[in-house]
Design a protein around this ligand. Structure first.
Ligand code: SAH
Ligand code: ZN
Length: 699
């Protein structure tokens, strides 16, 4: 499952718990120590448990699989001893009880979840029937005094992520077969298949491959870097058909037999001989998997995007709404280390590999068909530095022609021959452009040493290395003595989580007041925080109460989420909203304007009513920043909607930024004229703390 990448990831060090918090003033991600009573509620709330439990197809197919396995054991005259690894809320154990298992043992490695399971089992009257052990499966003991009095003969488990094996499932299954299960045990699910489809896609490629923009040349070490092996999980069904060209059919590249009749191995490479279905350049592989739940392999759960999904086959004109939505399992993109030109009808080799936790792929157009079992293909390693320091979203922004055009126009307007420029942004290549446009000196504040090395390569490659000077943020005052004519920021900082965290630029700029004069041009000149009331099609499910799941009471889980949300330090979460469709129910509103060129940050506060202008269920608000680059307000860079949102219509979002999503806990139907959305906004200049609150009201 994808855990919300938030301010709140916690780690345990020694006896104390630390949580992460972004400080917009310093731009630094701080670790805050929490009292020992801190119970990880936040972690549970922000994780994907709720969305997973809303996944009705998943829940029902697990029960179908269990039912078939129990029936098969009974038919063979065998008892049914169930082991549920990673029980979470206890759901699968409760299903096993309902199906009449003779014994059920559940284990759970994550303490707060194990405690939650204990309470949920009690509320459903099943404490006596499920033996709950708050341990990792690999720590379970078997024997008269052990956690298990005997080995079990039916394993049910859901330890899969978008990459299938990223949560350590291979080790979990292997260990269970060796130590916890009888030989020949049944397993739900019984098997899995991983699919790969080779594609050409300029849009997708931007998230990984650094390419020249205008006059900016990319050093070979960067443009040809093999990239990092890290999975890029995303909602593939939200790409439009014009975003990519399929160069192959979906190819089954790995099978996994969870019953261990074909033994589970950690390291494998497979080669498929594939016919190109179109001509084009192989940029990336789309990946997804399916699992079969029952022993006979008839109950199939597929994570395919809509165009390859079993539910849509043989139908034309299908779309994302024709398949079940889920966020805890998505699809993934793997960028190819070497891009290869393919011709329609020619055959090529698709090389797929995995180790204990991850997958990677490569493509070659060799005419030789490799000998199975004799190929090994090491995982790609980033040697340029950028693929490990910048996120996929940031890489996308760095390769985005729309941004490039706006930054270029703003710099062209501001730069005069010989002027001095200060670049205040992380992973920013625009120092090079400033030099090309005639600046005499360009200072760059870059906080990562690794990125700095990559940026130095950009400078050398573009003959800008004698103009551009990297400055340590701590020693600006002593290094930079000459007045600064242009302060430039995209702005972007590694520490930013929510869109407004990039206002850190403002604080940085003010620290340089001593180097600036009235004539100093600040880019961006100002910024706006904007929002729109929306109906999210699916995103609401990640926080909505469950009440019950397949007939089992889940209120205690809802309470846990609810109380965690109440102490949450932010009402908004970062999401790439292009992956999560929503319709506008109001006109967009400018919540606040920040005068970046005009002076020091000042406190701001407002309450505004937004009229509902389209009917629907107002279940959320979307927020984003717009950066106004020039004083005349002509050059506006939105990180939100690419076209003005229209009431009732789907919003088209910038794909190379995360927006902020606020979810309304108790949404209700709204009507134009009868309802409105009340927005409260406050900004505390001293701490950089920005708060928003929303409520749906009758007009
Ligand atoms: N079975 C539940 C929860 C699935 S989420 C359901 O289907 O609704 C997966 C859970 O497995 C998580 O809570 C995770 O903490 C736990 N987990 C993963 N690997 C584990 C292991 N080897 N032993 C115990 N728990 C594990
Ligand atoms: Zn790299």
């Amino acid at each position: 499952m994808r855990v919300a990448p938030l301010l709140v990831s916690a780690v345990r060090r020694g006896m104390s718990v630390f949580t992460q918090r972004v400080n917009p003033v310093t731009g630094v991600v701080d670790w805050e120590m929490q009292p020992e009573t801190y119970d990880y509620q936040q972690e549970v709330a922000r994780s994907a448990y709720a969305d997973m439990l809303h996944d009705t197809e998943r829940n029902q197919k697990y029960e179908q699989g269990l039912k078939a396995a129990v029936t098969a054991l009974r038919a063979a005259g065998r008892p049914v001893h169930v082991l549920d690894i990673g029980t979470g809320t206890g759901l699968l154990s409760m299903m096993a009880c309902r199906l009449g298992a003779d014994s059920v043992t559940a284990c759970e490695a994550f303490r707060p979840m194990a405690e939650c399971a204990g309470r949920i089992l009690a509320q459903n009257g099943l404490s006596e029937r499920v033996h709950l052990v708050p341990k990792r499966s690999t720590e379970l003991t078997v024997g008269p005094e052990g956690d298990l009095s005997r080995r079990c003969n039916l394993l049910v488990t859901e330890v899969f992520d978008t990459e299938l094996i990223g949560e350590g499932g291979l080790q979990t299954f292997k260990h269970a077969h060796q130590h916890l299960l009888e030989p020949g045990s049944l397993v739900v699910p019984s098997s899995a298949v991983v699919y790969a489809q080779v594609v050409q896609s300029a849009a997708v490629r931007r998230w990984s491959r650094f390419s020249p923009l205008g006059s900016l040349h990319v050093p070979d070490d960067v443009s040809e870097c093999h990239g990092a092996a890290a999975v890029h999980d995303l909602q593939l069904s939200q790409l439009s058909s014009s975003d990519f060209t399929a160069l192959s059919q979906p190819v089954p590249v790995f099978g996994f037999d969870w019953t261990n009749r074909t033994p589970i191995v950690f390291d494998r490479t497979s080669v498929a001989r594939v016919e190109a279905v179109n001509s084009g350049t192989a940029h990336a592989v789309f990946m997804w998997w399916d699992i079969t739940m029952d022993p006979a392999g008839e109950v199939l759960l597929s994570c395919a995007p809509y165009w390859a999904h079993p539910d849509t086959q043989g139908r034309t004109g299908s779309g994302p709404e024709d398949i079940p939505w889920r966020d805890h399992w998505m699809q993934a993109v793997y960028y190819l280390p070497r891009e290869v030109r393919l011709r329609r009808r020619d055959e090529f080799n698709l090389v797929s590999s995995h180790d204990e936790y991850s997958l990677w792929f490569s493509v070659n157009d060799s005419e030789d068909v490799p000998v199975p079992g004799e190929v090994s293909d090491p995982a790609p390693i980033c040697l340029c530095g950028l693929h490990v320091t910048v996120s996929r979203t940031r890489a996308g922004a760095m390769n985005d022609p729309r941004r490039h055009q706006l930054y270029t126009a703003a710099l062209e307007q501001a730069i005069t021959p010989g002027c001095s420029v200060m670049v205040i942004s992380d992973a920013c290549i625009y120092a090079v452009l400033a030099a090309q446009l005639g600046a005499g000196r360009v200072y760059v504040l870059e906080s990562s040493r690794i990125t700095r090395r990559a940026l130095e390569m950009y400078c050398r490659d573009n003959d800008a290395d004698d103009i551009v000077q990297f400055v340590d943020p701590e020693s600006v005052q002593t290094t930079v003595t000459q007045p600064v004519d242009v302060l430039f920021g995209e702005p972007f900082f590694y520490g930013s989580v929510l869109p407004w965290h990039d206002l850190h630029f403002w604080y940085r700029a003010r620290q340089l007041d001593g180097l600036c004069s009235e004539k100093t041009r600040t880019i961006p000149h100002s910024a706006e925080l904007r929002c729109v009331g929306v109906e999210y099609r699916d995103l609401w499910k990640i926080r909505a109460p469950l009440h019950s799941v397949e007939g089992f009471k889940m209120d205690l889980f809802d309470d846990l989420i609810e109380s965690a949300c109440q102490v949450a330090d932010s009402e908004c979460e970062p999401h790439p909203l292009w992956e999560y469709p929503c319709r506008a129910l109001t006109e967009p509103l400018s919540l606040a304007t920040f005068d970046l060129a005009g002076g020091a940050p000042a406190d701001l506060q407002s309450t505004t009513n937004m009229e509902i202008t389209a009917p629907g269920s107002c279940n959320g608000v979307a927020l984003w920043m717009e950066w106004i680059l020039d004083p005349a307000g002509q050059q506006r860079l939105t990180t939100g909607p690419l076209q003005a949102p229209r009431p009732g219509q789907q919003i088209v979002w910038d794909r190379y930024a995360r927006q902020a999503a606020h979810l309304i806990r108790e949404p209700r139907p709204v009507t134009p004229g009868a309802d409105r959305l009340r927005c409260q906004f406050s900004f505390a200049a001293k701490t950089g703390d920005l708060q928003v609150k929303f409520a749906v009201e009758s007009a």
